[in-house]
Ligand binder design. Structure first.
Ligand code: MG
Length: 378
């Protein structure tokens, strides 16, 4: 690792872990966080959770696992170039989607609707809940006991009324302070990763075409350059060469603009970062271009009728599972039943934890096991 800037997160300025532990041997505290995340059950389940396309639709589409690995790669590159803590940026990136429901955003919306009367459901908060409470891997504490800065980075946003209940993690929302630069990087690396892989997956699925995308400035510029440089190139290589250049442009722009923002603030300490405005940012030209791309993806991919059909199905599966478990908690697997004494909202949270932890295919199977009447479905 290159030398850290004085305002990077380091072991020296870290707020540490909730449950004190002895220092790791041969690796840093943030490498230990990353390793704990990789060994968690929730991390393995990301393999069978959807981004946009439901997991069984094809082997080549991104899942939340490959998405998280792409985010980590992009975040590390940016952190290294800015002399920030690569290991922390990587740990946050790998953990940022741990709390996601099955079926992507459709699943999150459905579970949030079900949880309306019980405080709602938000995947960011759920990711924190996974690493703080739900993982059961250590003898002496719940969760993974990650460093404060890793947990803070996972909690990208949260509503004010929730922030008030989150103790030290909620403070920055209440006091209008910023998270570390490493957390800001993970956040924007997420955006770079999903915008670009949704273009790639969207094309692969055939739901959008290169001709349509040629109207989007960020794509058009690079597609044109590829066609000029390689007039005989056809098929998938045109797409990959274009997407590769888009990612490179966004990463390079983010590094350049962020370095300029940091230089303009005369930062010295991590505290300076917290009281400054958000400094990790794209140039305004690329903010506009990304906005256009997002608009395109919303209109033509996320709202494509085939995606909408899957979303509707996801909504139905999740709402029906939630309702049936709330009505009769004896249908829950044994380990989720040990909370008989809980009130209704406590029960709802247990049901939400169970459903959020499901993979796409597990949710489909569980729905079938409960609602289908064929002999082999129980
Ligand atoms: Mg993500």
């Amino acid at each position: 690792m290159t030398e850290l800037a004085s305002y990077a997160v380091s072991e020296a300025n870290s707020r540490g872990r909730k449950s004190p532990e002895s220092a790791p041997q041969g690796r840093s505290e943030f490498q230990r966080d990353r390793d704990r995340i990789i060994h968690s059950g929730a991390f393995r389940r990301l393999e069978y959770k959807t981004q946009v396309f439901v997991n069984h639709e094809g082997d080549l589409f991104r899942t939340r696992l490959t998405h998280s690995i792409e985010v980590a790669q992009i975040a590390r590159s940016i952190a290294r170039r800015l002399h920030l803590n690569e290991d922390l940026a990587e740990a946050i990136s790998l953990a940022h989607d741990l709390g996601h429901t099955p079926f992507g955003h459709a699943g999150q919306d459905a579970l949030n609707d079900c949880m309306k009367a019980y405080g709602g459901f938000e995947h960011n908060l759920q990711s924190v809940r996974v690493v703080d409470v739900l993982e059961e891997r250590y003898a002496t504490f719940d969760g993974l006991n990650l460093c404060f800065e890793t947990r803070e980075g996972i909690l990208k946003h949260c509503r004010m009324e929730q922030a008030a209940q989150l103790g030290e993690l909620g403070e920055r929302f209440l006091n209008n302070r910023r998270p570390s630069l490493e957390a800001q990087i993970a956040n924007l690396a997420d955006e770079i990763a999903y915008n670009n892989h949704d273009v790639d997956d969207g094309l692969r699925s055939g739901l959008i075409t290169l001709e349509q995308l040629a109207a989007v400035p960020l794509v058009a510029e690079h597609l044109q350059a590829v066609r000029v440089a390689y007039p005989d190139l056809t098929g998938r290589r045109v797409v990959h060469e274009t997407v590769r250049r888009m990612i490179n442009t966004l990463v390079t722009d983010l590094i350049r603009q962020s370095a300029a923002n940091i230089a303009a603030q005369n930062l010295e300490t991590l505290e300076d970062v917290r009281s400054a405005p958000a400094l990790i940012a794209f140039s305004s030209a690329l903010v506009m271009q990304q906005r256009e791309l997002k608009k395109f993806l919303h209109m033509h991919l996320y709202r494509h009728y085939r995606v909408m059909r899957m979303s509707a199905k996801a909504h139905r599966i999740i709402s029906e599972l939630f309702a049936v478990f709330m009505e009769d908690s004896r249908l829950l697997p044994t380990q989720f039943q040990s909370h008989e004494t809980r009130d209704e909202s406590g029960r709802a949270r247990v049901v939400a934890d169970y459903i959020a932890g499901m993979t796409d295919r597990y949710a489909i199977r569980e729905h079938k096991r409960i609602f289908a009447v064929e002999e082999d479905s129980i």
